[in-house]
Design a protein around this ligand. Structure first.
Ligand SMILES: Cc1ncc(COP(=O)(O)O)c(C=O)c1O
Length: 392
């Protein structure tokens, strides 16, 4: 058969990641131990009480029917309670909280809910790839908001042309940010809410990394800003905060019209999150909050081991205040793609080229802190031995 895939699919292809994966496989086949700091999949386990809740739930025969796509009342209540406890934000669990099969589910389907062909969506560049891909799914037009170091990696709303803002359906913000690791303060969210109200744009705030913060920094929710619920919906994930990436559970909270519309799309596509997984998710959200503090401390130590080590050998990278990543400027004159390939070939250390997150990511690589401290020490040793930082 001469299969003709859709033109849309061409925008999904990622030759670069395919190439890097092949290189990793080749190295492994030749006996190199690859230290993978590429994908941001947590290597740590969920808290024990979450595994216990899941184990107990899967033994309950009543959880095996279809769940509902918007989530069970007990899970939505747990989300509302968590928002109250963590951010002092009041949410109505039945209209302002909704379960998702990971925040990716919400991020990918929201475009089908709000975007007509030709509509603009304002997305950060660099940005987590699904933001832009989901717009193409709905035949919308991404308008890329550059995240520049000179503006603390925040979008500059004054640079968005009014004719674009007038035709934009929503804007994605992601702080603490993947990949650039930047954080946002209250004043930034206040500006964002004013801008959204001026142009009647929904804000989608992705806080997948809100619980991974260091050195006393505590990320806030956009829903803490007065009037934010009129214009904002927030996506949060249990993947990183509770190491439940494989469980596929997250949620949306905030603007009820947006959630209602998303529920219509999702009720035609899926049947929701397995009830046993929702029970585990509720246990995570209502359980002892010291787990996240402990986990952040683990990432903080990893950050320090890696960045202090790299600084010692001549690669000075600013320490992030949050996330499980490091956003590192490439210290030699080489594109991010070439540097990533050279680094992998010469040291067996896998990272992600910044350009994989958008044009503005060129010149950087993203390093995920998903290996124990000893491995990160070895990363430093391998990089030093290779001499790659001295080449130009
Ligand atoms: C910024 C950001 N948003 C959303 C997601 C998706 O997370 P989930 O596992 O909840 O679908 C990720 C995953 O890496 C992410 O980095």
């Amino acid at each position: 058969m001469n299969m003709q895939v859709s033109r849309r699919l061409e925008r999904f292809s990622s030759a670069m990641f395919f190439e890097l994966n092949q290189l990793k496989q080749q190295l492994r086949a030749n006996g190199t131990e690859v230290i993978d700091l590429g994908i941001g999949s947590p290597d740590l386990p969920p808290p024990p009480h979450v595994i216990e809740a899941l184990t107990e739930a899967v033994c309950d025969p009543s959880v095996y029917g279809y769940p509902t796509s918007e989530g069970s009342p007990f899970f939505r209540q747990a989300v509302a309670d968590w928002y109250k406890k963590r951010f002092d934000v009041e949410l109505d669990p039945s209209t302002e909280c909704m379960a998702l099969m990971g925040s990716q589910d919400g991020l990918s389907h929201l475009s089908l809910t709000l975007v007509d062909p030709g509509d603009y969506v304002l997305v950060p560049d660099p940005g987590y790839p699904i933001y832009e891909v989901s717009i193409h799914l709905a035949d919308g037009r991404p308008y890329l908001m550059p995240l520049l170091e000179t503006n603390d990696f925040l979008p500059d709303f004054s640079k968005i042309p009014p004719e674009v803002a007038q035709r934009a359906k929503y804007m994605i913000l992601n702080y603490p940010n993947n990949p650039v690791t930047a954080v946002a303060e209250r004043s930034f969210y206040e500006q964002a809410v004013s801008f959204a109200k001026l142009y009647d744009i929904l804000i989608v705030s992705d806080i997948a990394y809100s619980e991974l913060a260091f050195d006393g920094f505590k990320p806030i929710s956009i829903l803490q800003i007065d009037g934010a619920k009129d214009v904002a919906v927030e996506f949060h994930s249990l993947s990183k905060s509770f190491n439940m990436a494989g469980c596929r559970i997250g949620y949306a909270a905030g603007n009820r019209e947006a959630l209602q519309a998303l529920a219509v799309v999702k009720s035609n596509i899926d049947y929701g999150v397995f009830t046993a997984v929702q029970k585990a998710g509720a246990a995570a959200l209502t359980g002892d909050p010291s787990h996240t503090a402990h986990m952040s401390e683990t990432y903080r130590k990893r950050r320090d081991v890696l960045l202090d080590g790299l600084k010692r050998i001549g690669w000075d990278i600013p320490k992030p205040q949050a996330t499980m990543f490091v956003w590192a400027k490439i210290p030699i004159p080489m594109t991010s793609r070439k540097f990533t390939k050279e680094l992998l070939a010469q040291t067996g250390v896998a990272v992600v080229p910044g350009v994989g997150f958008g044009e503005q990511g060129e010149g950087y690589v993203r390093i995920a802190l998903v290996q124990p401290e000893e491995k990160l020490q070895e990363v430093v040793a391998r990089i030093e031995k290779s001499g790659i930082l001295k080449k130009n």
